[in-house]
Design a protein. Structure first.
Length: 101
């Protein structure tokens, strides 16, 4: 099992962590499409992110929310194959987040 790649996010007064992967040169992650962070991203188009897990300096990253089942499955399978999956019960309800600095 590989060590997962992690990045911190914040929005409003909430903070969390995404497990991410590089797929086709893009930073991608998975989330449930109904999550509060997804609602925030849809409204603002961005989220504050940092790859520095110890620091508190965030940058604004644009985020594409992609619900294409083929891409969701591909990213999901990538995480499973790498042994770094946060989600492991199928792709129902998941979306891909593609991050741009």
């Amino acid at each position: 099992m590989s060590k997962p790649n992690l990045m911190k996010f914040r929005y409003g007064n909430k903070k969390g962590i995404f497990t991410y992967a590089l797929v086709d040169g893009d930073f991608v992650s998975l989330s449930y499409g109904y999550a509060d962070k997804i609602k925030y991203i849809k409204e603002h188009g961005t989220i504050d992110m940092t790859l520095d897990m110890k620091g508190e300096t965030y940058d604004v990253w644009a985020v594409d929310i992609i619900d294409d089942p083929a891409l969701v499955k591909r990213v999901y399978d990538h995480f499973i194959e790498q042994g770094t999956a946060y989600f492991d019960e199928g792709i129902d309800g998941l979306v891909v987040l593609r991050f741009h600095k």
